[in-house]
Design a protein around this ligand. Structure first.
Ligand code: ADP
Ligand code: MG
Length: 692
């Protein structure tokens, strides 16, 4: 495989554009993209034609506006390029109009009341900052998706708006530091965790098929306690799969870089080199899609659920985030000179304040039924937002705030006179338990779950930081003495927001108590965190930047809560089905077999204590499971009586979820007793360890 040769070969990128477009068109297109202006139709016609010729040469027959509805997946409706000719033949055509704007029937996508089903029209519009590409013989045009009235129905539109917000706000700050940058870009690098299970075994698990996670399952004799999987040698079959995925990603111009085994058995990670946040988001969506598709080819099922197995680690998607300028500067790099230091400290304090002021929406941005298992549930770390800075950086900020000594050396009152030390990514105090960690020259937001689009969390981070930076700029632009005001501001803001900084073990019980003393939020579930999006201050924030209107926020809350209820409903129904049709019958057959054996053995005068003891225990457990099954059914039946999506979500969380847990606990005990060949499902041991 010649990687440089295949890299980006399925992408209509810079070099293809330069080669295929007339010089003037190319220049005009570049300028339109750089200015963020809409494409005019003549330009679009030329571009569309060149795109089509290129795609057809590569074997494409269809095109699609590829978009990201609020389901968190991607959507596409394929149209072929064929246009009939008078003589009964066809030619391949693609117009500028078709490139710029698509009309999608929006009625079956979640809109949370933004658009009545009868008002089915929705539009998709090309996001020209993300290149078109070919996938499965289809030319895919990355697009934003909105309703007839222009309300965003997708994850991309708000992300693009938030990128504009942080661009403007950060430029105001940079200007005061004398920078000649004209654009600030939000970057994202998304580490993608996933599980691979054998496809044949998967096909025998209704829970995995219907819900993506195991709803039952007694622990295997071995878990992740030996920590022998993390960075371990990759099994041959898995390695072949990873190679295949890499190649497809490279063809699509995705910088797949790192791959390794994760902590849990059968868990792996893939990380690309970071890029501009909207492109990284598109690329991550593609990555997930390709990971799933390729798994089939290799006899695997790729599980992207946040918590497929109880008792072992779930899967996250760490969003690494930073800001850089078009002059090539990383604004989160402490820098080498005092001036850069002061600027860095200002951005740092802005982020600290943003995270402290908006803990609620950061938490809400990662809330899903699946991710609740990773945040705030039984075995998971708490759902508290805090920032890890490391002892050194914290020490410096503390010293500045209190004007005292740091490392025996007086920190000059004038910020930036001392050169900050460099903070390598792998400092000794690297902390893996922090939800929002500074790692040398970027922040790593670790709360997002493995299936989540990066769009949501990055939109929130961009917007909250933009808002704080704007506030800082308002103050500093007015100041008579910039340096003095800057120093005052950094001091003041660090002091008043430092409660959010925590460098200790975020997984410890002690932290929950400490966090509550500090007054930090601990929003344990989706139903308790999602409504924050509509808090007065948050509506003000998002509408100020045009990221989400009040109506859009309300619709999103509705969609998220509705999705939560539906997810739990499917899980509960699946549990009921499995218990009724498979688990209790399995227990019954085993009991029957044991009883028959016991009867025969008794005639022979043999010791039947084993059979009779087991029959008794299994009968008791079966009766108990049957009872819990009935409880769950009754609990579920009451859902229909509850009015209001928030009340429903609360009910699912408090009642249904609890009843599910009880049924599972009981059934898992049966699994531990029933003979292997009677058990209807591949066990945890088989799913997690039998892949060769
Ligand atoms: P780890 O698992 O130790 O956190 P990885 O190498 O797996 O590290 O992932 C780090 C991710 O962060 C990669 O996707 C990488 O490209 C990304 N990254 C590195 N520097 C930046 C940056 N300045 N801005 C955003 N993302 C970054
Ligand atoms: Mg990481």
């Amino acid at each position: 495989m010649n990687v440089p040769e295949i890299f980006g070969s399925d992408v209509f990128n810079e070099s293809v554009m330069r080669e295929r477009l007339p010089k003037e068109t190319y220049k005009a297109l570049k300028k339109t993209i750089a200015d963020g202006k809409p494409l005019d139709i003549e330009l679009a016609n030329v571009v569309a034609n060149a795109m089509k010729d290129w795609a057809v040469e590569k074997g494409a027959t269809h095109y699609t506006h590829w978009f990201q509805p609020m389901t968190g997946l991607t959507a596409e409706k394929l149209d072929s390029f064929i246009t009939p000719t008078e003589d009964g033949h066809v030619i391949m055509e693609f117009s500028g109009k078709e490139l710029i704007k698509g009309e999608a029937d929006a009625s079956s996508f979640p809109s949370g009341g933004l658009r009545a089903t009868f008002e089915a029209r929705g539009y998709t519009a090309w996001d020209a900052t993300s290149y078109a590409f070919i996938k499965e013989r289809t030319l895919c045009i990355p697009t934003a998706f909105c309703s007839y009235n222009g309300e965003a129905l997708d994850k991309k539109t708000p992300l693009l708006k938030s990128m504009e917000a942080i661009n403007r706000a950060a430029l105001r700050i940079l200007k005061m530091f004398g920078s000649n940058a004209t654009r600030v870009i939000a970057n994202c690098g998304a580490e993608q965790e996933y599980f691979l299970v054998d496809r044949e075994m998967y096909s025998h698990r209704k829970d995995l098929i219907f819900t993506g996670r195991t709803l039952y399952g007694a622990p295997a004799p071995k878990g992740q306690e030996l920590e022998d999987h993390y960075f371990g040698t990759i099994k041959t079959r898995v390695a072949a799969y990873m190679r295949d995925v890499d190649e497809q990603l490279w063809r699509l111009g995705i910088y797949a870089k790192t791959k390794h085994n994760e902590v849990a058995p059968s868990q792996h990670e893939l990380a690309p080199i970071f890029s501009t946040a909207n492109i990284a988001t598109d690329h991550n969506q593609l990555t997930m899609e390709i990971m799933k598709r390729t798994a089939r080819k290799h006899g695997f099922k790729c599980l992207l659920h946040e918590k497929p197995f109880a008792g072992i680690n779930g899967s996250g998607k760490h969003n690494n985030w930073s800001l850089s300028t078009n002059t090539g500067m990383n604004l989160l790099d402490p820098g080498k000179t005092p001036a850069e230091n002061a600027q860095f400290l200002l951005f740092l304090v802005a982020i600290i304040k943003a995270v402290n002021d908006y803990q609620d929406i950061l938490r809400a941005s990662v809330a899903t039924a699946g991710n609740d298992h990773r945040l705030g549930a039984n075995e998971a770390p708490p759902a508290i937002i805090s920032i890890f800075l490391g002892d050194e950086l914290t020490g410096i900020l503390e010293a500045i705030a209190h004007g005292d000594r740091y490392e025996g050396k007086r920190v000059e009152m004038e910020i930036g006179v001392d050169v900050l030390p460099h903070f390598p990514k792998d400092t000794t105090d690297r902390n893996r338990t922090s939800p929002f960690a500074f790692t040398g020259n970027k922040f790593e937001f670790r709360m997002p779950g493995s299936r989540l689009s990066c769009g949501g969390p990055i939109t929130v981070i961009n917007t909250i930081v933009a808002s704080v930076l704007d506030g800082f700029a308002d103050e500093l632009e007015k100041a008579a003495d910039f340096r003095e005001a800057l120093e005052e501001l950094i001091k003041r803001e660090y002091k008043s927001n430092s409660r959010i900084v925590f460098n200790g073990n975020g997984y410890s019980d002690a932290w929950e108590d400490e966090a509550s003393r500090r007054g930090l939020l601990n929003l344990r579930s989706t139903p308790s965190s999602v409504p924050c999006l509509c808090a007065e201050k948050n509506i003000r924030l998002f509408s100020k930047y045009g990221v989400y209107s009040a109506a859009e926020l309300r619709s999103r809350v509705e969609i998220l809560l509705d999705e939560y209820c539906k997810t739990l409903n499917i899980e509960a129904l699946t549990m009921i089905d499995m218990a009724k049709k498979d688990i209790l019958p399995a227990a019954a057959s085993y009991i029957k077999e044991l009883s028959k054996t016991a009867a025969l053995a008794k005639e022979l005068g043999a010791d039947i204590s084993f059979e009779s003891d087991l029959v008794k225990r299994l009968s008791t457990l079966s009766a108990q499971t049957y009872k819990k099954l009935g409880d769950l059914e009754n609990t579920l039946a009451k859902c229909k009586e509850i009015r209001g999506v928030q009340e429903q979500a609360n009910y699912y969380h408090d009642k249904v979820f609890t009843a599910m847990g009880e049924l599972r606990a009981s059934a898992d005990q049966i699994e531990a007793l029933v003979g292997e060949k009677y058990w209807p499902y591949p066990t945890y041991g088989a799913l997690l360890f039998y892949v060769m």
